[in-house]
Design a protein around this ligand. Structure first.
Ligand code: 1PZ
Length: 207
């Protein structure tokens, strides 16, 4: 998986990773999940220094999960949740470094991504508007004022829709839009299964 880190970003690799995530038993596999995130982070890093406060946080969260993945050999999000819940819900809530609370942050960001990509696909040319709308409908409610403010400022530095479609590296704008149409349901599926898993175990508000 580490070998996939080199080379320019392509939306295709993110699509492939999220496609590989969901098993027939509706489990979310951790290795492709983290692989998808590594791809997204590289994309974010290619957008410039304005976004580094965002990518740094995502990098730290992915690194924490990678370390736990190596240590415990969790195959799926389901096995991670099961393992951490075994110590009891109170102990889990008290941990600032749990895999569950870390996944929850990425999970909320995945909802942002899904909404943002749907917006890009819709044809609205103002990416900062798309990004702000997607953010307000997802992550913003979980962020304090100062983070919301910084995020909103950064969104103004986003490239245009055409530039965005181009740096996705999947060919023409039409081809990029087609690939978005393919990728969004996979991302939505991963989001939906994780949401159900966390709701079932009452983990959607982990501090
Ligand atoms: C393409 C433009 C990128 C916009 C990304 C939209 C998300 C804005 C998020 C702003 C996050 C700012 C930095 C850190 C926030 C953390 O406080 C929170 C909560 O974690 P805690 O403090 O509880 O440990 N972190 C998050 O909410 C996770 C944010 C991950 C963002 C990943 C973005 C992925 C971008 C993919 C690009 C296509």
């Amino acid at each position: 998986a580490a070998a996939a880190a080199a080379g320019p970003f392509s939306l295709r690799e993110v699509l492939d990773a999220f496609r590989r995530c969901v098993t027939e038993q509706r489990e979310v596999l951790l290795e492709p999940y983290l692989s998808g995130w590594r791809g997204l982070i590289r994309f974010l890093q290619s957008l410039g220094a304005v976004f580094s406060f965002i990518s740094k946080d995502a990098v730290a969260k992915v690194a924490l999960l990678e370390a736990q993945h190596r240590q415990h050999r969790f195959v799926s999000l389901q096995s991670l949740v099961q393992h951490e819940l075994a110590a009891g819900p109170a102990a889990l809530r008290a941990r600032p470094d749990s895999g569950c609370r870390t996944v929850l942050r990425l999970h909320r960001a995945l909802r942002w991504l899904q909404l943002f990509l749907e917006g890009l696909r819709s044809g609205e040319p103002r990416t900062s508007v798309l990004c702000t709308d997607a953010y307000n409908a997802s992550l913003a409610q979980h962020h304090p004022w100062v983070v919301r403010k910084a995020a909103t400022v950064a969104f103004c530095a986003l490239p245009s829709r055409d530039a965005f479609l181009e740096i996705m590296n999947v060919g023409s704008a039409d081809e990029a839009v087609a690939m978005l149409g393919e990728a969004i349901p996979y991302i939505g599926d991963v989001y939906g299964i994780t949401q159900e898993l966390f709701a079932e175990h009452k983990l959607l508000d982990l501090p």
